[in-house]
Ligand binder design. Structure first.
Ligand SMILES: Cc1ncc(COP(=O)(O)O)c(C=O)c1O
Length: 456
């Protein structure tokens, strides 16, 4: 088979600065050793997130010029609504400024204090929105999803047995809906199978509990289903996506991922009563129902982007880039979560830097070393992000110490990836000299964004 090439060529370029190692050291020091506090111009390859960091196509930029900025009833909204309905088959479509706004509207309208919301794995903003209204967010990831080294095709699945026992334990009256996140970002960007989505729906129908899908990466999930699940090889990604949505009663979306835009989101549902509640909350929090939190031009770009994400050449390229990086990691024996997910490679920092104890934050040591060595910005998903303090005030580490290299869509070329691999190669020889960190300042919530570190 021939090399899978980028199914696009470059029309507009953006300068990419490579500042000296000395300057990077200075910049990191100024940022209190927290890469979230760096200026983006000081990062050469920015793998902090795949959210809102993609490049738009010529068709998207052209569509933006058609943006109608009327307050109500714009044709831009109708085009957006038609596209979202074509993919999701849902009756009601509400645009929002990003994914968490859709989650917030869902949470304030459908959840009451004391409720329980199971999910395969909640994303952090989903969890925060649920906890904000006094409910409990439960992660019910399948057992293979917890084993970093185990190769399995659908490690993002929800554990359906656990789901049934949770429904029995908490009572269906306390579970206003169950969620599924596809792909499962928190568990390494791993997909959920169509069978798992269908089985979940069948269970929930028995208890009359609605299913809400977090569909930020629905097209990447559809591609995994096409590649890995029997019976889907000949189907188009649009057909697969439609089947996924068929099992859902509502869905939340961050268009910053598989909408291939830099900002945007939506909420869709079939139920008239839910739609009435969403409409009222949307007007209060986001804007009128035909623009949500977005400009008309954003709606135009997203309508085009959603369909481009379902193009199989695009998905083949997208998955090939992540695989390319993973293969190189295999070659140099850099440990990562296997099989590689859809939007990122998750390096196992605990295995890579075994001499740094979890509470000396090996993930931060690796993130900072990647920045100093090559100007690569990544993110820690370990004890800084997910650690907690127990009742006696003692800090408890997270179960895993991962570093995520999230791949922006259509942004970096193969030589950028080769460069990333070279930086890792270099680091492999220096890994024994890496030191851990201590936290010198931390805010009360979501500390990873703004806390300060000092090298030990
Ligand atoms: C699975 C998942 N759900 C929800 C969100 C929140 O979306 P946004 O950042 O647009 O608010 C994200 C963002 O990364 C995500 O990955």
């Amino acid at each position: 088979m021939k090399t899978i090439i980028e199914p696009f060529r470059i029309k507009v370029t953006e300068p990419l600065q490579i500042i000296s190692k000395e300057k990077r050291k200075e910049a990191l020091k100024k940022a209190h050793n927290n890469v979230f506090l760096l200026n983006s111009e000081d990062c050469s390859i920015d793998l902090l997130t795949d959210s809102g960091t993609g490049a738009m196509s010529t068709k998207q930029w052209a569509a933006m010029m058609l943006g109608d900025e009327s307050y109500a009833g714009s044709p831009s909204f109708r085009r957006f609504e038609n596209t979202v309905k074509e993919i999701t088959g849902m009756k009601y479509v509400f645009p929002t400024h990003q994914g968490r706004a859709a989650e917030g509207i869902l949470a304030v309208t459908r959840i009451k204090k004391g409720d329980v919301i199971p999910n395969n794995s909640h994303f952090d903003t989903t969890r925060a929105n649920i906890e904000f209204v006094g409910a409990k967010a439960l992660d019910l990831i399948c057992p293979e999803g917890l084993d970093n080294a185990r190769e399995a095709p659908f490690k993002g699945n929800i554990d359906t047995k656990k789901l049934e026992s949770v429904i029995k334990e908490y009572g269906k009256e306390n579970i206003p809906f169950v969620m599924l996140t596809v792909t499962n970002n928190t568990s390494g960007g791993q997909p959920a199978s169509m069978k798992n989505i269908r089985d979940t729906k069948v269970i929930l129908q028995n208890y009359n509990i609605p299913l809400v899908i977090d569909v930020c990466r629905f097209a990447e999930n559809a591609y995994f289903i096409k590649q890995r699940e029997t019976g889907y090889k000949e189907k188009s990604l649009l057909e697969i996506a439609r089947e996924m949505f068929k099992y859902a009663d509502a869905a939340t979306m961050s268009l910053k991922k598989d909408g291939l835009v830099n900002i945007g989101g939506f909420l869709v549902c079939n139920d008239d009563e839910w739609a009435e509640d969403f409409k009222n909350a949307l007007i209060l929090r986001e804007g009128f129902i035909t623009y949500g939190g977005l400009a008309g031009r954003d709606l135009e770009a997203a309508s085009v982007g959603l369909m481009e994400a379902l193009d199989s050449d695009y998905q083949q390229y997208r998955h090939a880039t992540v695989q390319y990086l993973a293969k190189a990691m295999d070659q140099y024996k850099i440990p990562y979560v296997k099989p590689v997910g859809g939007h990122a490679v998750f390096i196992d920092a605990r295995a890579f830097i075994p001499h740094i104890k979890p509470l000396e934050y090996p993930g931060i040591a690796l993130v900072n070393a990647l920045y100093i060595s090559g100007g690569i910005r990544s993110v820690e998903l370990g004890s800084v992000m997910f650690g907690h303090y127990d009742n006696s005030g003692t800090e408890q580490p997270a179960p895993l110490e991962l570093v995520r290299l999230a791949i922006p869509r259509r942004v970096y070329t193969q030589s950028h990836f080769d460069y990333i691999v070279e930086v890792f190669q270099e680091l492999k020889d220096e890994v024994r000299q890496l030191k851990g960190y201590k936290i010198t300042y931390q805010p009360k919530f979501l500390r990873h964004f703004t806390c300060h570190f000092e090298s030990l």
